[in-house]
Structure formats: structure tokens, C-alpha cells
Write a protein that binds this ligand. Structure first.
Ligand code: NAD
Length: 349
């Protein structure tokens, strides 16, 4: 048995990563498409062997309720649309896998959680990094103190954003700039690695004056997260420079480890350095690569089959929005911002 998915939104991620990724899934298959472009949907359906009767648009989307082939939806729309399409899916009796960032605010994220709970449907946020084996090994080494306590995490996610006019540079559609789009990988991975929730955030924002891409959304955010056990994470995200996507975890007993690239779709590389007999010994742990999207989608499918809470449920996305909001607040006020103490999320990890 495979869980049947309706893919909602036929943009870059769906076409270039998710639909090809389903070919590597063991428990999941694409069975329906939801798109504003009927001709495109027909073409894509033919390419992936999806029955043309299972093509929907944004208006008749609610009719998925009458289609038993669809167990779950995968929402891959601009961020501002995640809330509406999640709530409509839950009301139609379908489980929801929703792309990151979960929404445009913690208030919206909470509404999505409430709607899925009310409908008795599962909600998972698509944090692919948390299902990727090298990142999972880094998480294990952090929590098991492989080289001692990780006291410092240094994390970078930067890229040169495309031309003005795309939805990611529109505040209403994207919710923000580099922070919710790619800075989120840093903050979410900080939290994933440590298994802790930050108690304090300190941040600053810079956008190049006169660069029209950053009229509405921010270019560069530097932010530090302070964790209860004493770990400090130093992060930077930017839309204004050439690509880099990496992190390193520095431990206090003769070693460090990290990934470079860490957040890319493929080609992830892990490296570690450990002092042995007075020498720095380098390691490159590798499993040869795996499809993160397939692992993430199959995780949700098995949670549906076995009636389990996903590893990255809606609450995980909600917590990230609270952290992002604290980062914006700190950058605005120039002061550290304290976060409410959260312990319950540990249950999911
Ligand atoms: P995209 O612009 O390539 O695709 C967006 C799709 O939404 C298009 O098919 C577009 O037609 C449709 N759409 C509907 N209403 C729209 C509107 N008002 N404005 C613009 N497009 C509209 O975007 P994408 O890169 O596929 O991103 C989609 C979602 O996936 C976002 O939430 C993004 O953050 C997320 N994403 C996640 C990853 C990841 O690695 N997990 C990578 C890329 C994108």
C-alpha cells in the first residue's frame, strides 16, 4: 500500500524535486495535482501517469474530499497560501504535508494546527534536513557529545536572489525575505541538532540601500540563538551574495564536525576533525547520498499508516515562527529578546 498525495502548486520545487523524488519513495505516490494552470497540469499528469480526472484547480480544490485515492496533500505554494490550503485540506478530510516556512506568522501556524486537530488529520512541516542521514548523524553526535559538548554552532545560508518581481521578494506573499526562506534552515537545524529551544535571541538586519530587490523584504540577517545548556549558535542568511550553505559544530573535547554543503538538495558532505595522539585527524562520514525528499515524504506516509505523530509536526513549524518573530523583534529594537520556555517539543524528537 502506498499513501496517495495531491501535489498543490506546480512550481520549481514540485517539478524539479518532489515529483522526481516520488520515484524513490517506498510508501508514497503522486495521485493528483492542484494547479492554476490547467494545460500545465495536464502535461505534468501525463508525464507522471496521473489520471487526468484527478486534476483540480484552486477553486474546486475542496472536491478532493470526494476522491478516495487522495490520502494526503503536499502544499507547495507561496508561503502566504499555506494556511488557506492546509485548512481547506483538513476540512476535506485529508492529511497535510506543508512546505516550509509553515506560514507567515505564528498566529497563522496555530490556526493550521487547530484546524488539523479539529479534523483529526495529521500535519507535518517539510523540514527535509531532519530526515537527511548526514544531518541526522550530526544531530546524534551533538546529543551524544561525540567530541564533548557542542558549545558553538556556526551556520551560513546565503544565495543571490533572482530579479525583483518574484513572489519571494513580495512581503505579503513571502512573509519576509532571506530569514523565513533560508535563514529558517539555520534556526531549525540549530534546534534539531541540540534538541533544545533557544531562550534568547539577538539579531541585526542589513539591506543594501537602493537595491530594489529589498524594497519590501530583508537582504541579510545575522542572528544568535542562546540555548539553555549553554550552546550558542551564530547564524547568517542573505539574499545578496553567492551561494554558501554550511554549518559546523565546535565541541569542547578535541573535535568539530559539520556539513558543507549542509542545506543543498544533493551532494551533501560531512566532515569532522578530531585530535588523536596529538594529531588532527580528518574524517568524511558518508552514506553515498540519498534523496531527502523521498525520505521526508515516506516518513509522513508511514506516520499516516501507523497512526504516529510525525517527527516534524505543525508544532515544530509554530516554534520556528516564534523564533523568527523574536529575531525580527531583536533586530528592530537592537536588544536581546527572551523566548517563552518550551519543553514539550522534545516529545517529538
Ligand atoms: P515557485 O514560484 O517555483 O512555485 C510556486 C507555485 O505556486 C507556482 O506553480 C505558481 O504558479 C503557484 N502560485 C499560485 N499562486 C501564486 C501567486 N499568487 N504568486 C506566485 N505563485 C503562485 O516556488 P517554489 O520554489 O516551488 O516554492 C513553493 C514553496 O515551497 C514555498 O513555500 C517554498 O518556501 C517551499 N520550498 C521549499 C524548498 C525545500 O527545500 N524544502 C525548496 C524550495 C521551495
Amino acid at each position: 500500500k502506498r499513501i496517495g498525495y495531491a501535489l498543490v502548486g506546480l512550481g520549481n520545487l514540485t517539478l524539479q524535486q518532489l515529483l522526481p523524488g516520488f520515484a524513490e519513495c517506498n510508501y508514497s505516490k503522486p495521485v493528483a495535482l492542484v494547479s492554476g494552470d490547467a494545460a500545465k497540469a495536464k502535461k505534468v499528469a501525463a508525464q507522471y501517469g496521473i489520471d487526468p480526472k484527478n486534476i483540480y484547480n484552486y477553486q474546486n480544490y475542496d472536491e478532493i474530499r470526494n476522491n478516495p485515492e487522495i490520502d494526503a496533500v503536499y502544499i507547495v505554494l507561496p508561503n502566504s497560501m499555506h494556511k488557506e490550503f492546509t485548512i481547506r485540506a483538513a476540512k476535506a478530510g485529508k492529511h497535510v504535508l506543508c512546505e516550509k516556512p509553515m506560514a507567515n506568522s505564528s498566529a497563522e501556524a496555530q490556526e493550521m494546527i487547530d484546524a488539523c486537530k479539529k479534523a483529526g488529520k495529521k500535519l507535518m512541516i517539510a523540514y527535509r534536513i531532519q530526515y537527511e542521514p548526514h544531518n541526522r548523524l550530526a544531530m546524534k553526535w551533538t546529543r551524544e557529545k561525540r567530541f564533548g559538548k557542542v558549545k558553538l554552532i556556526d551556520s551560513v545560508n546565503v544565495q543571490n536572489s533572482g530579479p525583483y518581481g518574484q513572489w519571494r521578494l513580495n512581503k505579503k506573499l513571502a512573509g519576509g525575505g532571506s530569514l523565513p526562506d533560508i535563514g529558517l534552515y539555520c534556526s531549525n537545524t540549530n534546534r534539531f541538532l541540540t534538541g533544545e529551544e533557544p531562550h534568547t535571541v539577538l539579531a541585526s538586519i542589513f539591506s543594501t540601500p537602493g537595491d530594489e530587490r529589498f524594497k519590501e523584504v530583508e537582504e541579510t540577517v545575522m542572528f544568535q540563538l542562546f540555548f539553555p545548556s549553554g550552546t550558542v549558535a551564530n547564524n547568517v542568511c542573505s539574499y545578496g551574495v553567492h551561494d554558501a550553505k554550511h554549518y559546523r559544530c565546535y565541541a569542547d573535547n578535541g573535535g568539530w564536525f559539520g556539513l558543507d554543503p549542509a542545506f543543498s538538495y544533493e551532494g551533501l558532505k560531512m566532515e569532522a576533525s578530531q585530535v588523536q595522539d596529538g594529531m588532527e585527524v580528518k574524517m568524511e562520514p558518508s552514506n553515498g547520498g540519498s534523496n531527502q525528499f523521498a525520505l521526508e515524504i515516506d516518513h509522513f506516509s508511514t506516520c499516516i499508516m501507523d497512526d504516529k505523530v510525525p517527527f516534524t509536526p505543525g508544532e515544530e513549524g509554530l516554534q520556528d515562527h516564534k523564533v523568527l518573530e523574536a529575531i525580527y523583534e531583536s533586530a528592530k529594537t537592537g536588544k536581546p529578546v527572551k523566548l517563552e520556555r518550551i519543553d514539550k517539543l522534545d516529545a517529538f524528537r
